[in-house]
Design a protein around this ligand. Structure first.
Ligand SMILES: [Zn+2]
Length: 338
C-alpha cells in the first residue's frame, strides 16, 4: 500500500515550515504503519520447533572424528541461522564410540545453549520391551545427560519415544505414561516427519566414498521431500484445527543435516516457518488435544489426533521417500535403529 513512489512524492513536497511538519508527521505515520505491518507479518509466521534425535549422532560411519565433525558443523549451522533446537540423546551410543569424545559432543549442544532430552538408553521399542523393561531403559538413558544439564543449570524434562512408538497395547502405554509423568518428563510430540534418517545413511555412504555427485543428488531429494512433508503437515493441521498450529519437526543428528542446514534454514524462511523452542511451540492449545492412539505403529501426532477430532487428514501428500533413496538405504543400512 505504501509504494516507493508515494514516499518520493512526500519528500518532494517538503519546503515551507508547515509542509515540512506535515511531511514529518506523515513520515512518522508511515513508519508506524510499516512497523505494524511487519509485526502482523511476523505474527502470521507459523512456529516450528526443531528437534534432533539420536545424539551423539546417527551415522553409518563410526569414526569418532566423523561424529565430532557432524556435531560441530550442525551446531555451527544452527548458531549461524539463530535456530533454537533441542537434542534427544541415547546414552547407549556413548560406548559405541570413544566415551569421553561422545560425552564432549553432548556437552557441545549444551554449550551452544541447546537443551537435551532423553531418547532412551538403547533405542528399543516399547512394543518389544514391554512397559517395565522400557521404563528401565528410559531411566538408564538419563544419568549422563541429567548431570550435564545440571552443570548447565538446566533440568531434564523432555522425552522422545524411539520410532514414535508410544506403547502397545493400551495398558503398556498407560504404564509408560504414568512413569514418565511421575518422573517429571513431558513427551515430545512430532507433527512433521520427513524420514531424514532414510536419506542420511546413503549420504554418509556417499561422503565415505567421496562421491560428491551422490551427495548433491541426495541433498536435493531430501530437501524436496522435506518440503512436501511440511506442506502435508501444514494442510493436515488446518484440517484438524481450522487454523495453522505450531509444528514440531523430527530431525536427526546426521551429517546430512549438518551439510544441509543452510538449505533447511532457507526452506523454513520461504515457507514462513519461524523456529522456536519446543516448550514455546507446545504452548499452542492444539497440544492440549489428548493422544488417544494405542496402536503399535509409530505415527505422528496429527495422525493420532485425527480420530479424536473426527476429522480426516489429506489423502495425498504424505508419501514415502523416493524409491532410489529407499533402495540405497536398504543397501547401506547396518542397523534398523534411527
Ligand atoms: Zn531415534
Amino acid at each position: 500500500m505504501l509504494s516507493p513512489h508515494r514516499g518520493d512524492g512526500l519528500r518532494k513536497r517538503g519546503g515551507s515550515g508547515v509542509s515540512s511538519r506535515v511531511s514529518l508527521t506523515l513520515r512518522l505515520i508511515c513508519v508506524s504503519v510499516l512497523a505494524l505491518l511487519s509485526a502482523a507479518v511476523q505474527a502470521r509466521d507459523i512456529r516450528i520447533a526443531l528437534t534432533f534425535d539420536d545424539l551423539p549422532a546417527l551415522s553409518i560411519v563410526s569414526e569418532q572424528a566423523y561424529i565430532d565433525t557432524t556435531n560441530i558443523k550442525l551446531l555451527r549451522g544452527l548458531k549461524r541461522h539463530h535456530l533454537p533446537a533441542i537434542g534427544f540423546a541415547n546414552e547407549g551410543k556413548l560406548d559405541e564410540g570413544q566415551r569421553e569424545a561422545q560425552i564432549a559432543n553432548l556437552k557441545r549442544w549444551l554449550d551452544a545453549g541447546i537443551e537435551l532430552g532423553n531418547h532412551t538408553f538403547s533405542h528399543e521399542s516399547p512394543n518389544t520391551l514391554g512397559a517395565e523393561a522400557y521404563v528401565a531403559d528410559i531411566a538408564r538413558g538419563e544419568p549422563v545427560i541429567r548431570a550435564l544439564m545440571a552443570d548447565h543449570h538446566r533440568r531434564l524434562r523432555w522425552f522422545r519415544h524411539p520410532y514414535l512408538e508410544t506403547g502397545y497395547p493400551a495398558p503398556v502405554k498407560a504404564a509408560i505414561n504414568g512413569w514418565l509423568a511421575a518422573h517429571g518428563y513431558r513427551i515430545a510430540p512430532v507433527t512433521i516427519d520427513a524420514d531424514d534418517w532414510e536419506f542420511a545413511e546413503p549420504y554418509d555412504d556417499a561422503v565415505a566414498h567421496s562421491d560428491f555427485e551422490a551427495q548433491r543428488r541426495i541433498k536435493a531429494e531430501y530437501l524436496a521431500y522435506t518440503e512436501k512433508q511440511i506442506q502435508w503437515s501444514l494442510a493436515s493441521a488446518r484440517r484438524l484445527f481450522g487454523r495453522d498450529i505450531a509444528q514440531v519437526i523430527l530431525l536427526h543428528c546426521t551429517r546430512l543435516n549438518a551439510d544441509s542446514i543452510d538449505d533447511l534454514a532457507d526452506l523454513l524462511a520461504r515457507l514462513h516457518l519461524h523456529p522456536v523452542h519446543l516448550a514455546h511451540a507446545m504452548r499452542d492449545r492444539a497440544y492440549r488435544t489428548p493422544d488417544e492412539y494405542d496402536g503399535m505403529d509409530g505415527i505422528n501426532w496429527l495422525e493420532r489426533w485425527s480420530p479424536t477430532l473426527h476429522k480426516d487428514l489429506p489423502d495425498t501428500g504424505n508419501e514415502e521417500p523416493p524409491e532410489d533413496i529407499r533402495k540405497a538405504y536398504d543397501r547401506v543400512d547396518q542397523d534398523p535403529g534411527r
